[in-house]
Design a protein around this ligand. Structure first.
Ligand code: ZN
Length: 405
């Protein structure tokens, strides 16, 4: 099959599912067969799907495209009212669950199960999309199970999670599994150009830097601050020349991650607090009845937990960037990558823009040292997941990454 023919396949609601030709084929076939069945007076399609794939591969996009195609008279044209309302989240028979919270509890799931039992009002199916099925609590999963086991005739559940292991076994064993792959840099760059109007060199740079994460590539292409933050991270390795420099670098990294998390949560926190105040029946003035203290405390705890998670996400991105950097170094040292300063400078490198720096480090250290540094990054990730204080974990990392003379 030629490249152009493959590109032509991704039309209508499937257009953004770059690199996912195999998954799109499966979904299209399911849509077509549900239609045939319906015409024969039956409703015998698979009622529960589990879409997995690495972060940024487009799980929620795939789920929404599938939901639209199920409702569309033309199998996902992307243009009709059905398609458009599903994609914008306004279709009455498609419920999209995406949460900012850390977990999806039993009450929320019960609400969905109630919806799932209803017949569609306008569309052909009642579709429920849970974007973070890995966040459904154990009790929530129990409530979900029955609906998935004995679904209403025209109900379709589409669950999304990073991997199969993130979903409890009772649920995942009853779902048809669909796995998305990491799209190629070229495919991501093309999408950035076509959809977001990014110019070719910037699109190529962002796609390579994001290593197949579509959302991250888009942020890097559109947000100069994000690019500056990334450059700061990649300048770290060359600066770690003394213990003092390591401590400064760690402090900067942790502060930047906290600032990023604060910026992302501030607006959300304020809005939630205002909503809660309103729900409790008072404005910003006046004394608060005693029992509301507990409710406010709960909201504050949730908000703190979210800020902490976002800070960890930001730190995780730093670790991902650093890993990619040392992988480039290792690639040069082992000859897996061509000489970064040779005939084809930077080919195959994630950080081609830093090839001089990478080449210098590759010459002044051994592959064993580079592997130890990559191990140290992995250890830092384990420490952060194990709730070691971020500053301590990152300080230990910076010392391990430091150049020894
Ligand atoms: Zn349509």
């Amino acid at each position: 099959m030629t490249v152009d023919a493959r590109r032509d396949e991704l039309t209508g609601v499937w257009a953004e599912l770059i690199g996912q030709h195999r998954a799109v084929k499966v979904l299209r076939r399911a849509v077509a067969s549900s239609r045939q069945q319906a015409e024969a007076g039956r409703h015998a399609m698979t009622h529960a799907w589990l879409v997995t794939g690495p972060p940024g591969s487009g799980r929620s996009n795939a789920a929404r495209a599938f939901a639209a195609a199920l409702q569309c008279e033309r199998g996902g044209c992307g243009e009709c009212n059905g398609c458009r309302t599903v994609l914008s989240g306004a279709h009455p028979d498609v419920t999209l669950v995406r949460t900012e919270k850390l977990s999806i509890g039993v009450d929320e799931v019960r609400e969905l199960v109630r919806k799932a039992a209803m017949s569609p009002t306008l569309g052909r199916h009642q579709v429920l999309v849970v974007e973070d099925a890995d966040r459904v609590t154990e009790r929530g999963a129990d409530a979900l199970l029955k609906s998935i086991e004995e679904p209403a005739a025209r109900t379709v559940w589409i669950l999304c999670a990073p991997t199969m292991d993130d979903v409890v076994v009772t649920i995942r064993s009853r779902c048809r599994h669909l796995h998305l792959v990491t799209p190629s840099d070229d495919a991501v760059a093309q999408l950035l150009q076509r959809r977001d109007g990014i110019d070719a060199p910037l699109a190529a740079h962002a796609a390579r830097a994001a290593q197949g994460h579509i959302g991250r590539a888009r942020v890097l292409a559109r947000d100069e601050q994000a690019r500056i933050r990334r450059d700061e991270v990649l300048r770290i390795p060359a600066r770690l020349t003394s213990i003092g420099a390591c401590l400064v670098a760690a402090d900067n990294v942790v502060k930047a991650a906290a600032d990023e998390a604060a910026a992302a949560t501030q607006l959300l926190d304020t809005r939630e607090r205002a909503d809660l105040d309103q729900a409790l029946g008072f404005g910003t003035k006046g004394a608060r009845p005693r029992n509301t203290q507990a409710v406010l405390k709960e909201l504050e705890d949730q908000q703190k937990a979210r800020a902490k998670r976002l800070q960890r996400d930001a730190l995780d991105r730093v670790l991902t960037e650093l890993t990619a950097y040392y992988r480039d170094v290792l690639g040069v040292q082992t000859g897996a990558l061509v000489d970064p300063m040779g005939q084809e400078p930077g080919v195959g490198m994630i950080n081609a823009d830093l090839r001089e720096q990478v080449a210098t480090l590759a010459r002044s250290s051994t592959p064993e040292q580079t592997l130890q540094r990559i191990d140290a990054i992995m250890q830092c990730r384990v420490d952060l997941e194990g709730n070691v204080a971020p500053l301590l974990a990152v300080e230990a990392l910076m010392v391990a990454l430091a150049q020894r003379h």
